[in-house]
Write a protein that binds this ligand. Structure first.
Ligand code: WTA
Length: 654
């Protein structure tokens, strides 16, 4: 690992303009370095000061970091606060009438809510939840389209101390079921359907299917928001319309004051093996990370119109839609639909219409917009933009240059933000008024984030060498545990050889300026259209098909999705010899995966073999399959391979 050299030789550097530096929240490299120094000199004191300045506490804390039960860290533990209070109530004195959310629906209708209205709606819905007996510590699954209601539902949970677990609307009944049962949720909040790209897609019927699978006895309420007006099956004992629950409630709801460490939410994310992991976040530390990164990385100003295009089903939509922007009192855009509807100019039209200043999206979206309409940004007035951001995967330098020149017109710094579901907020990213940026690099760690690169033995590697990306000290916004599985938390993120460092699971290297370059995942998790998918989950779905004996899934570069999915499948009977038959089975299996996990996990290619390359202990060697899928010569050592002859067969597989 430590011998891997970067093949990317990017030398372009872009300095922030004097004008940008002048107005920046952290202005100039020295200001950045001063913050870093403060963190080094008194680490707990540094974070305690920031937590006091940034958050509103009901009961002030006296302790900063508690490492006594590592890696189960606690921050500001004896303090009390409420996250929803910090996002809404604190704005009522000064910006009650300021627009909090500009919502644009699939068909282009725009609705706006002010902070006063949003506070009222969240309180009303929180009261509705309470009327169903839902309260502090209860788990609530949210399976909603992008909407003001999704934000209201999350904030309402936070207000009453309930723990939400948002499930992305593209997930299937099986995935939803897995998450409901793992969290033992008492309620599911959903909609009749969602609208994307002019099409309706059902949501409530998928919830019904998940609940009918059994094992969901913990669920006593299904709250249904009416989006499409379609008829849906109704279960009188369980189901209730959002408007029936909501309308009769008062617009005042006293926040539930909770301890700093009270879980704010669980968000499931794919691990490399087995079940998805329920990443559990705290209240105070999490919100602190979201707010500081808004201020430092997004250089947030009261006059900004902020737009993060992520769905609330992913962590980016938690930190930079549902919490961070609201805590800062921002006006933000929330978008129901997809960037290519009615055409690939939709994002740019919305930037123009809503005068967006700060635009944050994923490399996968950028790649598809380049392909479908690289010239389209020029048709719109994008002069309101002052800052661009990316997240989710490495952005390749040419896509970065297009984003910089064509969207940002050479005027807007790009913040390439490296972070994870587990880190809760940005870890390595430019402070745009402080440091020069380089296409493809996420630059330097945020002040107080002790990121480094180590080898397998946990020892730091020298600059230019690739290695494991780690964070050496605990930080406030990090994962607290895996829901219901503390041992898996410890093993996944704090393996013994890492000396107590947080192991991110990515490989990276640093250049001569100390800039970080992310090289990819060290495990087998796939990154398809910006979403993390475990190979194991897709393989398990394939194996669940009666025809399939074994399957291994690997990624292959895909122009738009970042990674496409190639599945190697061993059928129970013999390998199909007729190409037509083979195509037919492949098509059936692709649809099967789409139905069991969701369309996002649908393999792009399926290839059949008599067996898979395995180690002697029976482990599938995915790295060899990856080489085959990508048409590369196998240069790796194959001496540990049990059945070398299989490689030739798979190379020619159809
Ligand atoms: C990858 C998304 C390179 C990385 C917030 C990480 C990135 C995983 C970047 C987390 C970036 C995220 N450059 N790679 N700027 N941002 N990644 O949990 O592999 O969906 O570990 O969180 O995405 O994905 P997740």
């Amino acid at each position: 690992m430590s011998n891997i050299e970067s093949v990317l030789n990017e030398v372009r550097v872009f300095e922030p303009s004097a004008e940008f530096v002048k107005q920046a929240n952290v202005s100039g490299m020295q200001a950045y370095q001063a913050l870093c120094k403060a963190a080094e000199q008194d680490y707990p004191g540094y974070w305690a000061n920031l937590a006091r300045e940034t958050l509103q506490w009901k009961k002030p804390f006296t302790k900063s970091l508690d490492e006594s039960n590592a890696p189960f860290f606690k921050w500001f533990e004896d303090g009390e606060l409420n996250v929803s209070y910090n996002c809404l109530d604190i704005h009522l004195a000064e910006r009650a009438e300021k627009t909090a959310i500009i919502f644009e629906s699939d068909d282009g209708k725009v609705s706006k809510v002010s902070y006063r209205e949003l506070h009222g709606r969240v309180s009303q819905f929180a009261n509705g939840l309470k009327s169903r007996g839902i309260g502090k510590g209860d788990r609530v699954v949210i399976y909603l389209p992008m909407s003001i209601e999704a934000v209201v539902a999350m904030q309402a949970c936070a207000r009453i101390g309930a723990i939400h677990s948002v499930v992305f609307g593209g997930f299937s009944a099986k995935s939803l079921h897995e998450r409901i049962t793992d969290a033992k949720a008492c309620a599911v909040i959903t909609a009749d359907a969602q609208m994307r790209g002019g099409k309706q897609m059902p949501l409530k019927p998928i919830v019904d299917e998940a609940l009918a699978t059994g094992g969901c006895e913990s669920v006593h309420s299904v709250i249904v928001y009416r989006r499409s007006g379609n008829n849906v099956e109704w279960n009188d004992g369980l189901d209730i319309w959002w408007h029936d629950l909501f309308n009769s409630q008062p617009t005042h709801c006293e926040p539930e004051w909770v301890g700093a460490e009270h879980p704010l939410f669980i968000l499931y994310t794919s691990g490399s093996t087995g079940r998805p992991k329920g990443v559990q976040h705290s209240s105070a530390g999490y919100l602190l990370g979201a707010m500081l990164s808004m201020k430092w990385v997004f250089d947030y100003k009261d006059s900004d119109i902020f737009w993060c295009t992520a769905d609330v089903g992913w962590v980016t939509g938690h930190s930079y839609v549902a919490y961070g922007p609201l805590a800062m009192g921002a006006t933000q855009v929330v978008f129901e639909s997809v960037p290519t509807y009615p055409d690939a100019g939709r994002f740019w039209k919305m930037v123009q219409d809503h005068k967006v200043t700060t635009f944050y999206t994923a490399p996968t979206a950028i790649r598809s917009l380049i392909k479908l309409g690289g010239e389209l940004p020029k048709q719109y007035d994008l002069s309101s933009l002052r800052l661009l951001g990316t997240v989710g995967e490495p952005i390749n330098p040419e896509a970065w240059m297009w984003y910089y020149n064509t969207v940002g017109q050479g005027r807007c710094p790009i913040v390439d933000t490296w972070w994870q579901t587990e880190t809760g907020s940005h870890m390595i990213a430019p402070l745009p008024g402080a440091m020069p940026i380089k296409p493809g690099s996420c630059t330097l760690p945020l002040p107080g984030i002790m990121a480094s690169i180590v080898n397998e033995a946990g020892d730091e590697v020298h600059d230019q060498h690739g290695g494991f990306l780690v964070i050496k000290r605990p930080f406030p916004s990090q994962i607290r545990t895996i829901w219901g599985d503390p041992e898996r938390y410890r093993k996944s993120y704090f393996p013994e050889e890492m000396h107590g460092y947080y192991l991110a699971g990515d490989s990276a290297h640093r250049d001569d300026d100390g800039y970080f370059w992310i090289m990819g995942r060290i495990d087998d998790v796939l990154k398809v259209s910006g979403h993390r998918l475990g190979t194991m989950e897709i393989e398990s779905a394939l194996v669940a098909n009666p025809l399939v004996a074994e399957a291994a899934v690997v990624g292959k570069p895909h122009e738009i999705k970042g990674e496409g999915i190639v599945a190697y499948v061993v059928l129970k009977g013999s390998r199909p010899s007729d190409p037509n038959k083979s195509r037919e089975i492949a098509e059936d299996l692709r649809n099967w995966v789409s139905k069991t996990i969701g369309p996002i996990a649908k393999p792009d290619e399926i290839r059949f073999g008599d067996n898979l390359p395995k180690t002697r202990s029976g482990k599938i060697m995915r790295r060899l399959l990856r080489a085959i899928a990508n048409g590369e010569e196998i240069s790796q050592d194959v001496s540990t391979l049990e059945n070398p002859a299989i490689l030739d067969q798979l190379k020619n597989a159809i």
